[in-house]
Design a protein around this ligand. Structure first.
Ligand SMILES: [Zn+2]
Length: 275
């Protein structure tokens, strides 16, 4: 990823996605917003700990910096499901100005409609952005450990294929900042669920420092399931930034001991007249 700064808002972009003229995408960080305390400064998530008007201001600042409207942002109600929603024009702006309009129980969003900025929020979970430049289809995925072992990223590519005829070999993927294999300590129950969902855990799980604790590599788990579905290794870019280690730059639930905000990862097909 590279860091971009515009109008005092900083955001990041994947090298493999940033040069398509018809595509807009971002991964936001902490810098540039108006929220205070644990949510300082660019918190994008409506939450009890932050003011609604601060979050809205942050979303407007980000929209201005990346070059879209706040009503382009479209959110799912992230519930660690494996539900993939194909987003229609009528659903544009779901959850953009208030929580209640988010698409219910949805952790992955796909569209072929321009002007819809599919956005997922995270604070340790893995945000994944996908783009098929041939079929002009985009997707954004929220993959925590449950979504990852539920193979939501692979499920999203399958849905892109079934719904829009995308060939997985053409799909470009950015795996964003999240809790890394350095910090994601889990117990037996998570390892068991991972084995059930992902099969062979060779290279995905190593022993932790404490007895009965393991370190799980969510980046590799997502990369591997995407490769298994036919995405080319060379088309998958992993930010490899651990949010816990870098909680000065990205919101991190574990790194901030729960008092944190949410950063976003979004992707949009530009409309012909710009945004
Ligand atoms: Zn770490």
């Amino acid at each position: 990823m590279i860091r971009v700064e515009r109008d005092r808002v900083a955001y990041y972009q994947f090298l493999g996605l940033k040069d398509f003229p018809g595509l807009l995408h971002f991964v936001s960080g902490r810098e540039g917003g108006v929220s205070v305390g644990g949510q300082a400064a660019l918190n994008l998530g409506f939450m009890d700990e932050d003011r609604v008007d601060s979050v809205l201001t942050n979303r407007m600042l980000l929209a201005g910096a990346i070059g879209c409207e706040v009503d382009a942002f479209t959110f799912g109600e992230q519930k660690h499901t494996t539900h993939v929603e194909v987003v229609s024009v009528e659903q544009r702006g779901a959850g953009a100005r208030e929580k209640v309009t988010r698409l219910p129980a949805t952790d992955a969003l796909i569209t072929r409609e321009p002007g819809i900025c599919l956005t997922v929020l995270a604070a340790d979970c893995v945000p994944v952005l996908l783009y098929d430049p041939r079929e002009q289809v985009i997707a954004a995925v929220h993959a925590g450990w449950r979504g990852t072992v539920g193979r939501i990223a692979a499920g999203t590519v399958e849905r892109m294929r079934d719904e829009f005829g995308c060939d997985p070999r053409n799909v470009l993927v950015g795996i964003g900042p999240s809790i890394g294999p350095c910090c994601f300590e889990v117990g037996e129950e998570v390892v068991g669920a991972a084995r059930e969902g992902l099969g062979d855990l060779q290279g995905l799980v190593v022993n932790g420092e404490r007895d009965g604790k393991y370190l799980l590599n969510l980046w590799e788990a997502n990369r591997r399931q995407l490769e298994e579905i036919g995405v080319r290794t060379s088309n998958i870019e992993t930010a490899a930034v651990c949010t816990v280690c870098h909680h000065d730059r990205f919101f991190s639930y574990r790194g901030d001991r729960g008092n944190t905000g949410r950063f976003g990862a979004g992707i949009m097909l530009k409309t012909e007249i710009g945004c």
